[in-house]
Design a protein. Structure first.
Length: 74
């Protein structure tokens, strides 16, 4: 999915956008990470057969990123 497609298919409501902005600031994430989070959130919404990305989808992706960064395998 390119940048144009991300902007078209990964639109967020205010709550989801605020959650993502807070995560970006607190976790010091890059613009590239922002796009990746949107892509995975879109995938989660699609798997749940939901038209819109909701804050729960964003939270789930952030949780996965946090696990990956902390090295959940020990």
């Amino acid at each position: 999915m390119n940048t144009k497609q991300i902007r078209l298919y990964c639109k967020l409501n205010k709550q989801a956008l605020n959650l993502l902005k807070n995560a970006m600031e607190r976790l010091n994430l890059s613009a590239r990470a922002y796009d990746r989070i949107l892509k995975v959130a879109r995938t989660i919404a699609d798997l749940g057969q939901q038209k819109d990305i909701i804050p729960d989808h964003i939270a789930e992706v952030i949780q996965y990123r946090s696990l990956d960064r902390e090295g959940w395998l020990g």
